[in-house]
Design a protein around this ligand. Structure first.
Ligand code: ASP
Length: 329
């Protein structure tokens, strides 16, 4: 019986690979329950290492992926030393630190905030939008009013260093995000818990010196983050405009649905970004986009436009930082 079941699984998989023209070595086949890697948490950039530790505390105790990803991304949100996440983030061109975040669980519950000021943990406000309102996204003043009504304290202090850098920037006022120089860099985190359920969270202060009111990909479900509990999850970092243009994280999950491995799915999404840059006659060297992905087997992968993007993975084997492969070598 077990053999027959395996045979059916294998043949079904071979059929998917044939229909979609994916060589079997590059496609993901369903694993038996016992060989699925779980729990597991994957997150963007080096600050993902510390964030993963907080998520792991929850995952290793059989906690929910949703709680793990929220607790995980709260770590960089909480640090005023981070210049690309939370209130320590670089301001917009008018001097306002405006924050974007979203969260998605295994039931496709979603919540997001955009252009939120004065709140330390936008991810928790996003979760409150998800759990306590009939809506999925609140922005600007409305998001702030909602946060305050939920008891989130208003933080009015400024981070001197960040403000001084902005004043320096004002001298030229040249908006030119520098690839991998932490003028941006979002924490996106995706996790599978011991029950095999997936969730994700994404939070950022967005591109440094952006126009006031600019919203990137990070709070947009389908762009900066997507979770499908039957297939996998993905999250993005880098130039949000390019990620939104291809509905990036949703695309990665759909490519995994068609049988791509997590890395192949991220690579194809990156190649689509590259293609559109070319069609639109834009210079690729000015942008970075990176995706990470996790499937239901607990397999993970990543891919980016430029070298220099890394991501952190924590499973039962430990916590480690991996370099993503890139389109530009
Ligand atoms: N994706 C973010 C944004 O466009 C920034 C980043 O991750 O680098 O706001």
């Amino acid at each position: 019986m077990a053999n027959r079941r395996n045979f059916i699984k294998t043949s079904a998989f071979a059929a998917v690979a044939a229909v979609t023209n994916i060589p079997e070595s590059k496609a993901s086949s369903p694993k038996s329950k016992s060989s699925v890697v779980k729990p597991i948490v994957v997150s963007t950039w080096k600050f993902g290492i510390k964030a993963n530790e907080a998520a792991w505390e929850i995952l290793k105790n059989k906690g929910k992926a949703l709680d793990a990803v929220e607790a995980g991304v709260m770590v960089p949100e909480n640090s005023l030393l981070e210049r690309s996440v939370g209130l320590g983030g670089r301001p917009d061109r008018d001097g306002h630190v405006t924050l974007d975040a979203c969260i998605m669980d295994e039931l496709s519950n979603i919540g997001a905030v955009a252009c939120l000021e004065y709140i330390k943990h936008p991810i928790s406000v996003a979760r409150a939008v998800m759990e306590k309102t009939p809506h999925v996204m609140l922005v600007g003043e409305g998001a702030l009013q909602f946060a305050l009504s939920q008891g989130f304290p208003k933080e009015t202090g400024v981070v001197e260093e960040s403000q001084n850098e902005w004043k320096e920037w004002l001298k030229t006022s040249n908006y030119k995000p520098v690839v991998n120089i932490e003028n941006h860099d979002t924490i996106g985190m995706i996790a599978m818990d011991a029950r095999g359920n997936l969730s994700g969270a994404c939070t950022t202060s967005g591109m440094a010196y952006k126009m006031h009111g600019r919203v990137g990909d990070s709070p947009i479900i389908g762009a900066g983050l997507y979770v499908d509990n039957e297939i996998g999850a993905s999250t993005a970092t880098g130039h949000g405009e390019e990620v939104i243009r291809i509905a990036g994280s949703h695309l990665v999950v759909e490519l995994m649905r068609q049988g791509r491995t997590p890395e192949m799915a991220c690579k194809e999404a990156v190649e689509r970004v590259v293609k559109l840059m070319k069609i639109r006659n834009k210079d690729l060297k000015d942008i970075q986009v990176g995706f990470i992905a996790l499937n239901k087997n607990g397999e993970h992968g990543a891919y980016c436009v430029q070298t220099g993007f890394n991501y952190a993975v924590h499973d039962n084997e430990g916590n480690r930082l991996l370099d993503a492969n890139s389109h530009v070598k």
